[in-house]
Design a protein around this ligand. Structure first.
Ligand code: UDP
Length: 360
């Protein structure tokens, strides 16, 4: 079979790393990079470090509002789909690239397979939630990371076939984390921190950084953290901090170690040795869980609800006192396997192969 796979941003590169090579062993794949994340730091380093086959097509479409970006991606993907003429289109996660790929496929009558289907925050103010819901309802094959996601889709009566495959990002974590744990001295030294004695923080959700009042609360929370905190700044966050004149406060803070966005290996080396992670990222919540590192989530909802139930993650939104209290919590004694044992990528390929038998 021939697949047209659409990726565009950092977490999608990690997800593709678990699938692309396996898919290519059995099928043909044309990998399209929309250009949503185009910087070396957010894109190239992931392809290199995670040995993702290089993109067959680069659309170079980033920037602008969500709507305009999605519209430009749609316009570019339509003729590409006609040219490649795939048997199915493969999309990951919840970005504009995900929705554009799914809509182009569905409109052209090409079956859409969605990896990481069924995740819900139930917060429609999040652009990612809008993308997820629409993509799921356009998809012929919905491949889920968790039982919760399967249940969410059942409740929404999606039209496509739903399958639990486990989490593809977890495949990559389970592969890389042991390596990162053993080979982390240089990363710890570079950021001036010691294993177990620092926090790793990330923040880039529109809901936290686009509104200057919320951004100020975020900065106040980060400044209140009681131990050295490595903060790799997403370009969006850096731009918003500069615009709000808040970057200087972080630069001058004695405990904050500002960094550019890090490559996956360096980031993982820090993550596995952090005392805790403070983040609004979806992927990082899950990776912290897999590493046995407690997580404090700077949101009031999460799609990864199992990490809350297991006691390893706490939602604090931007409440400084709640964040500090969460950091003091004792660790749970158990950490059940929530996201599969590292075989999700293989199960995705098995499910995609069955699409043909389903008459896809
Ligand atoms: N990540 C990274 N370097 C960083 C920050 C994050 O490699 O400086 C990785 C992280 O390990 C995870 C992914 O990027 O695999 C998460 O991406 P992001 O937080 O941008 O997206 P989300 O998961 O929130 O959609």
């Amino acid at each position: 079979m021939r697949f047209l796979t659409v990726v565009g941003n950092r977490p999608q590169f990690v997800k593709a790393a678990a699938v692309s090579r396996l898919l290519r062993a059995a099928h043909e794949e044309v990998l399209v990079h929309t250009g949503q994340h185009y910087d070396d730091e957010l894109s190239r380093v992931f392809f290199e470090e995670l040995e993702i086959p290089s993109a067959d097509r680069q659309l170079g479409i980033g920037g602008g509002t969500n709507t305009s970006q999605t519209a430009r991606q749609l316009a570019a993907l339509e003729p590409l789909l006609a040219e490649v003429d795939p048997d199915a289109i493969l999309v990951y996660g919840d970005t504009n690239s995900t929705l554009a790929g799914a809509l182009v496929g569905a409109q052209a009558g090409v079956p859409v397979a969605h990896v990481e289907a069924g995740m819900r925050s139930f917060d429609r103010a999040m652009p990612e939630e809008v993308n997820r819901v629409l993509t799921d309802h356009l998809s012929a094959l919905l491949l889920c990371s968790t039982d919760t996601a399967v249940e969410n889709l059942r409740r929404e009566h999606v039209a496509g076939a739903v399958e639990l495959v486990g989490d593809v990002m977890a495949d990559v974590s389970l592969l890389i984390q042991p390596r990162a744990r053993a080979d982390s001295a240089a990363a710890l030294q570079r950021h001036g921190v010691e294993a177990g004695g620092f926090l790793l923080a990330t923040a880039h959700r529109a809901g936290n950084v686009d509104d200057p009042a919320r951004l100020r609360r975020l900065v106040e929370l980060l400044l209140a953290l009681p131990v050295p905190t490595v903060l790799p700044l997403h370009p969006r966050t850096r731009a918003r901090l500069e615009a709000a004149d808040l970057l200087g406060a972080l630069e001058g803070a004695p405990l904050v170690r500002l960094a550019p966005p890090l490559g996956y290996l360096e980031f993982t080396a820090l993550l596995v040795h952090a005392r805790a992670v403070v983040t609004d990222s979806g992927g990082v919540q899950k990776e912290a869980y897999l590493a046995g590192v407690p997580c404090v989530t700077l949101r009031d909802t999460t799609e990864w609800v199992e990490t809350l139930d297991a006691g390893w993650n706490v939602l604090v939104d931007l409440d400084r006192a709640a964040a500090l209290a969460a950091l003091e919590r004792p660790l749970p004694s158990e950490r059940p396997d929530l996201y599969g044992a590292g075989r999700a990528g293989a199960r995705v390929v098995e499910a995609l192969t069955r699409l043909e038998q389903l008459g896809g």
